[in-house]
Design a protein around this ligand. Structure first.
Ligand code: DAH
Length: 342
């Protein structure tokens, strides 16, 4: 009986492992403490028949020595490595450095624009990049022969005559008006596409943020105040705005908005072409025909809309001279915006 128990424990001791100092200590308690399984056998030893006492005694001492050696060795191993003893692995070696990424400059600008408008209750909405002619042009009051519909300006989907890559985020207005009921207050950021030769100042894709506000009694004064708030939040309290009459098929009246040049403060520099003003967006009162096209009652509701280029705003904020840099993914460029908090 006793001998079998000893043999069983001897075999068990051989298989012991420990990953941490705590586990090694648990093993010591399990086998070698006062109530441990090895010590308990020493108590039982008193009952062993005298004729086998000598033999069993030797065996028992062997077990105790082996258990002590094994557990001490495990303790040493985990303490030396500060972790599991694995051959060929130096866990104290310093780790390879990880280069933290940075947000893309256009994302920084977009996030800031979203934040500014969210403070005055605008939701952020998105729409598809491939749309039909009706959503991109017709619903927005573009005449049938409008030059923007030309192949020279717009990318059409091959084989699908009336499907195209959206040329402006104004198309998202249509989707929102068709699917929501006033009051509507939303900005719509996204990528747009135009058939342009790529250069420092033009690209075949870029980003816009559209804005739309539809409710009863919305006036041009609401539009102006909203845009003034935006300009001050985005470019600083001292920023001034200027609205110039313009034309867009989907707004009436329409305007373009300039802000006082953020680079020279209005004194005149090459960014503002020495005028003291830089154009940042187009805007206007939503044309009643557009409301009707989208099933919103133009007798009851009115609204304003605006659209701005994200690259343009980024250029004013970060003074990036070449548009191509935004899509080339050169980490030397992208890394410069690591600490750009707006
Ligand atoms: N969609 C116009 C463009 O791409 C920008 C624009 C102008 C949007 C006036 C508007 C607006 O919502 O009211 O140039």
């Amino acid at each position: 009986m006793m001998k079998e128990k000893i043999d069983q424990l001897l075999a068990e001791i051989d298989t012991l492992t420990a990953q941490t100092a705590e586990q090694a200590e648990e093993l010591r308690i399990k086998y070698l403490s006062k109530k441990g399984s090895v010590s308990v056998l020493f108590d039982d030893f008193k009952t062993v028949a005298p004729e086998v006492k000598r033999e069993v005694g030797q065996h028992l001492n062997q077990l105790k020595n082996k258990a002590t050696e094994k557990i001490n060795a495990l303790k040493e191993a985990v303490e030396a490595n500060g972790g599991p003893a694995v051959a060929g692995l130096d866990l104290s070696r310093p780790a390879d450095p990880i280069a933290p990424g940075a947000r893309h400059p256009l994302s920084i600008i977009l996030n800031r624009i979203s934040e500014v408008f969210s403070h005055i209750g605008f939701a952020v909405e998105e729409g598809p990049e491939i749309v039909d002619d009706w959503h991109n042009f017709t619903a927005l009051n573009f005449a049938e022969e409008h030059p923007a519909r030309d192949m020279q300006d717009t990318f059409f989907v091959e084989g699908e005559e009336k499907m195209l890559l959206r040329t402006h985020t104004s198309t998202v207005q249509v989707k929102i008006m068709q699917t929501q009921k006033p009051p509507i207050r939303a900005i719509m950021p996204g990528r747009v596409y135009r058939n342009e030769a790529i250069s420092a100042r033009a690209h075949c894709f870029f980003h816009q943020v559209e804005g739309l506000y539809i409710d009863e009694n919305v006036s041009f004064a609401d539009l102006k105040q909203t845009l003034l708030y935006f300009a001050k939040e985005m470019f600083g309290e001292e920023t001034k705005i200027r609205l110039r009459p313009s034309y867009f098929p989907f707004t009436e009246p329409s305007a373009e908005m300039d802000i006082s040049c953020t680079i020279c403060g209005g004194k005149g520099c090459n960014i503002c072409k020495y005028s003291g003003w830089v154009e940042i967006l187009g805007c206007g009162m939503v044309d009643p025909a557009v409301l009707d096209n989208c099933d919103i009652d133009s007798k009851k509701y009115s609204g304003f809309a605006f659209g701005m280029g994200v690259e343009r705003i980024a250029q004013l904020k970060f003074q990036v001279k070449d548009l191509r840099l935004y899509s080339e993914n050169d980490v030397r460029f992208l890394g410069q915006f690591k600490s750009a908090l707006l």
